[in-house]
Write a protein that binds this ligand. Sequence first.
Ligand SMILES: [Zn+2]
Length: 348
Amino acid sequence: MDLELLRRLSEAHGVTGSEYGVAAVIKEELQVSGVRTYEDKFGNLFAEKGSGGRTLMVAAHTDEIGLIVKHIDEKGFIRFAKLGGIADQILPAQRVLIHGMKKKVQGVIGCKAVHVMKDEERKQLVTYDRMFIDTGATKEQLEGYGVRVGTPITFIRGLTELENDLVVGKAMDDRAGCYVLIEALKKANPENKVVAVFTVQEEVGLRGATMSANAVKPDIGIAIDTTIAGDHPELSEQDAPVRLGKGPTIVVADGRKDSLGGGMIANPLVRGWLMELAEKSGIPYQLEVLEGGTTDAAAIQMSQSGIPSACISIPSRYVHSFSEVISKKDLEGCVELLVKAMESKTPF
Ligand SMILES: [Zn+2]
């Protein structure tokens, strides 16, 4: 596999609403391979291949979870809001990059040290509104760098390999999906017209997929995303049965934890088609019912007068942290399955 491409995608900075840095990496990679790309007014990046009678839309989102400047105090300390679902307990001491219009500034997320906490404070979770970013700069310096209310903030974390084909890095959700979509587009000789969409603003409500599905008007939709692998000591198999290294996951249903509302029940024909392709090609896969999240496929499905859709997910440990762990084997299986889907007759 092309680990350097995955590294460039993971280490690119593209918090929700400011995804252009990621789109630039994808555009460059696809243009070298001769795949035509174009963008819409919001930054959704489209790439087309093939010219058959039906249109297959495949979406992977470019945005990553991150922060945005809310207030800068007189001394230059920055308060922030969260973009996407980030647990407060993973924030303290993280190193961040603040994307000033004139200069990018590094900083660290600060909060009260444990030594000066009262006994009851030590037992409590420090919430993000009691944290701040320290860049070392004064308010005046930050203004000079073009840092102001609304400036995007991303996390600084390089990609590293772990043992047994595992890789750890930031923003695997969903740069791993972007990687799969790029590689499949490069390899496939599509049976139909394939429109790949690298969508923006997924983490705040599938906004890019909603806009782009209405523009593409596909006959069928697939989202490529990451999902929760439960194979570590703090999750039981019954709570999260997906395993790293056991192949791509075909999502049967997903949505809110209490009701699976707001998500997607995958079209049985589309889901069955993907399962059959995997079985015929000897690609190991897993089935999943995901409680507590959804993907771009939910938005594609509800566009136009209803688009039969499904989702293929890449298993990931520590989803929505800055060190998400995935397996290179799953990534390769996912590319292989998506190539098969692009190259075969679609059920719709
Ligand atoms: Zn995602």
